[in-house]
Design a binder for this molecule. Structure first.
Ligand code: FE
Length: 204
């Protein structure tokens, strides 16, 4: 019986405790809650709940998610290329060169996001950041309520993902790939002389 977390207000449903507001008895798994059950704190629908994250979320990342949810509500409702299967979710953030690198899924995009350590902000026109996989072009962004970020587009628009799970998996894989050294180049084809050493022998 795994707990689940409201993706809007971060209320955690604990199956062992149930829910007094909706008179759900202790020991009720999340899956057994009625379909019309709603977040007792913010009244969000049941499908806004996500598996609880194991590690505490960095406050910068939480602020990022909250800011993008606000952008979704206030500025994106008329955007024609929204994917209704997707919601705002930060994925795979981890320390990188003194900053924090991860991905952000939104109903309209999948982006790599970097919180640079202090210092002058990156130029807005973009600059190549040296990642283990190779150079990657990031653009400085100012988002209200969020520390300065740099953003690199991975997928835009995000219309081809069939589900949130699919987008989250792609986001995690993208960050893993950016932080992994590229595979060694394939060996050049063996030369004729390596394949047929006897050819190099001189006449006997
Ligand atoms: Fe909630």
């Amino acid at each position: 019986m795994a707990p689940r977390e409201c993706g809007i207000c971060w209320y955690v449903y604990q199956p062992a405790q149930g829910d007094d507001v909706w008179q759900v008895p202790p020991g009720t798994p999340f899956e057994a809650l009625p379909d019309d059950w709603r977040c007792p704190r913010c009244d969000s629908a049941k499908d806004r709940f996500l598996p609880l994250r194991e590690a505490p979320v960095d406050p910068r990342v939480r602020a990022l998610e909250e800011a993008y949810r606000k952008i979704e509500r206030e500025r994106m409702s008329d955007f024609p290329l929204l994917n209704p299967a997707l919601k705002v979710q930060a994925v795979g953030f981890r320390a990188f060169e003194g900053g924090l690198l991860g991905a952000l899924v939104t109903p309209w995009s999948l982006n790599a996001i970097y919180f640079p350590p202090g210092g002058p902000p990156a130029p807005e026109l973009g600059h190549d950041r040296a990642l283990p996989a190779g150079p990657c072009r990031f653009f400085a962004q100012q988002v209200h309520g969020v520390e300065p970020i740099e953003l690199a587009s991975i997928v835009s628009p995000a219309v081809d993902f069939a589900s949130q799970d699919e987008a989250v998996a792609a986001a995690g894989a993208a960050i893993d790939a950016l932080l992994s050294p590229p595979p060694p180049p394939p060996k050049p084809a063996a030369s004729r002389r390596e394949l047929f050493p006897f050819l190099s022998r001189g006449p006997r």
